[in-house]
Design a protein. Structure first.
Length: 226
């Protein structure tokens, strides 16, 4: 019932919560608001090991999405943004999605004496693309594609590791065609640390990270990142 929404776009400053009817497609003013998000999903996945480190997967999904106003925290999304510019809001959206992915992953510890849970060297690379088809009358179709790159440089025992990471994701549909939660997002512990979950949404999202990590125990590590 409290999925966050800060508008669409790159605006870094969060404005005070005020009531209004802003156009979410054209006004990138970031105001923290909330909405109720319900999802039902049926998913199938086939993952094939082509080589020891090389994988190919295909997946398909049937999804029903529902967005409505929040009743727990002020302000609700429809008190800040015009509901007509919140794609999928106030209705049930049904979609079919198919995706193919190529993935390389040879990340691993370097020695038997270092934690098996910590990657000390290697590369992870994933390239994927999918097609989202609307099952609703008048709905629009779009492509969804992305790239994930990670490389680990071991610089010392422990291990001590320098990690380079890039994540990019995009959809081809316009803002009036792509449901809110189908837009690429940044923010939270996995994408763009230091910002709240779902802090940024837009048709294209990219983030790059440089991180220095050292293992403290088998189950804990410390790191500095930018």
């Amino acid at each position: 019932p409290t999925e966050p929404f800060y508008g669409i776009g790159n605006e870094g400053h969060v404005s005070p919560p005020v009531r209004g009817q802003r156009n979410a497609w054209t006004d990138d003013t970031a105001i923290q608001s909330y909405f109720r998000y319900q999802e039902a999903r049926l998913n199938a996945l086939i993952d094939i090991a082509v080589h020891r480190h090389f994988f190919f997967s295909v997946s398909g999904a049937l999804t029903q999405l529902r967005y409505s106003h929040d009743t727990h925290i002020f302000p609700s999304i429809d008190q800040v943004y015009d509901p007509e510019t919140l794609t999928g809001f106030g209705t049930s959206t049904n979609r079919a999605y198919g995706e193919a992915e190529l993935r390389w992953d040879d990340r691993a510890p370097v020695t038997l004496w270092e934690p098996s849970t910590v990657h000390a060297s290697g590369t992870f690379a994933a390239l994927y693309g999918g097609y989202s088809h609307s099952l609703d009358a008048g709905g629009q179709d779009f492509f969804h594609y992305g790239l994930e790159l990670q490389h680990y440089f071991r610089v010392g025992v422990g291990p001590r590791v320098i990690i380079l990471r890039y994540h990019g994701e995009a959809v081809t549909g316009s803002l009036d065609q792509v449901p809110l939660t189908e837009l690429p997002m940044l923010g939270g512990g996995w994408f763009l640390r230091g910002y709240d979950y779902a802090r940024f949404r837009d048709r294209i999202a990219m983030v790059g990270t440089l991180q220095y990590m050292w293992s403290l125990t088998a189950n804990s590590s410390a790191f500095i990142f930018t």
